[in-house]
Design a protein around this ligand. Structure first.
Ligand SMILES: *[C@@H]1O[C@H](CO)[C@@H](O)[C@H](O)[C@H]1NC(C)=O
Ligand SMILES: *[C@@H]1O[C@H](CO)[C@@H](O)[C@H](O)[C@H]1NC(C)=O
Ligand SMILES: *[C@@H]1O[C@H](CO)[C@@H](O)[C@H](O)[C@H]1NC(C)=O
Length: 309
């Protein structure tokens, strides 16, 4: 029995693996955290209770703490790794997602819009449950909640709805200020990290509060109603995907060439877009969870979008 690899080699491999795992993230963990934190603040009574019941004990009632859980599942659940994004044909900036991403189609054409539909429809059974809702259905509703919360973030990251040939900007290598990066990663994480550093003392909670401040009373206040406009929870993800590819074209890809250096100008002009997408993701996640979990007999709780408590 020879040792197939030295301990050092094994550590090295583990590190590589870790890098690969983190390289496949949607919004970086900061972006996902902010999306879930915003959503948590706007859950109605029933949704707050349901989320608390579904979360594993170690989450201590905090959905945001597990908002990146789905990124750690790509190896365990191979089927889930294709659910973080949807690729569009190159240069189709107004792609009709309703056509490729109906629930049925997405069984073969897996994508983020279909995943949101999938886990939304799983969670819609929650209300039918009785004493132990988790065991009533074969679907694991804890996992459905964590997947839905994560993918609602991903679908709002414009480069998760990017072109096929460059893998949503992943193959567009460039420099971000002084280090190597790629266009996808700039949108997942670099812009947020730079904003944290420049404006928020590296504190994600401060960032999330600033984002919230801009829709409760500020910049985006008048847009809030339109963000929440959704007649059919299963159809609306298609709309969010169209918004993303439109932004990806207009702000993500625009003027960017492989090998170039992106710095202040790109950062300052794109940061507001990123913040707005995080806000929309959070607001819409709250809307989904409120609609899914509210007891229709409880008028107060049925308000689709409860005010913050
Ligand atoms: C839906 O979720 C289940 C796990 O609950 C998974 O097996 C299936 O592949 C998912 N399908 C899509 C299209 O997301
Ligand atoms: C549901 O999923 C969670 C998270 O993966 C797991 O800890 C739990 O044991 C699962 N529950 C059931 C009933 O399988
Ligand atoms: C909030 O809005 C102000 C302008 O009113 C802007 O300067 C600031 O960057 C915004 N903050 C976030 C996090 O979006």
């Amino acid at each position: 029995m020879g040792m197939s690899s030295s301990p050092l080699l094994r550590i090295w491999k583990a590190l590589l693996l870790l890098q690969f795992v983190t390289g496949a993230l949607g919004w970086g963990k900061e972006g996902h955290y902010a999306v879930c934190k915003i959503a948590e603040a706007y859950l109605n009574e029933d949704a707050t209770a349901a989320v608390k019941e579904l979360l594993p004990e170690y989450a201590d009632g905090d959905l945001a703490s597990l908002c990146s859980w789905a990124d750690t599942m790509n190896f365990r659940y191979h089927w889930s790794s294709a659910l973080h994004y949807v690729d569009t044909p190159d240069f189709f900036c107004n792609y009709d997602f309703a056509r490729i991403c109906t629930l049925g189609d997405c069984v073969k054409d897996r994508c983020v819009a279909g995943a949101i539909q999938n886990f939304t429809s799983q969670l819609s059974h929650y209300k039918e449950g009785s004493t132990d809702r988790r065991c009533k259905h074969s679907d694991n509703l804890t996992e459905a909640l964590l997947f839905l919360s994560h993918f609602m973030g991903d679908i709002h990251q414009p480069l998760h709805v990017g072109f096929t040939s460059d893998e949503g900007g992943n193959t567009i290598d460039l420099r971000w200020f002084r280090h190597k990066s790629n266009l996808h990663h700039v949108w997942d994480r670099e812009i947020i990290l730079q904003a944290l550093k420049d404006y928020y003392d590296k504190d994600v909670d401060l960032l999330q509060q600033a984002i919230e401040g801009n829709f409760t009373d500020g910049l985006w206040h008048d847009d809030l109603l339109s963000w929440r406009d959704c007649d059919d929870l299963l159809e609306c993800p298609n709309k969010y995907a169209v918004e993303s590819i439109t932004i990806a074209c207009k702000w993500g890809y625009k003027g960017v060439k492989e090998g170039q250096t992106l710095s202040d100008e790109y950062f300052e002009s794109r940061m507001p877009i990123v913040m707005r997408r995080i806000a929309q993701g959070g607001v819409r996640l709250a809307m989904y969870l409120n609609a899914l979990f509210a007891d229709p007999d409880n008028e107060q709780a049925a308000a689709i979008f409860a005010s913050p408590t």
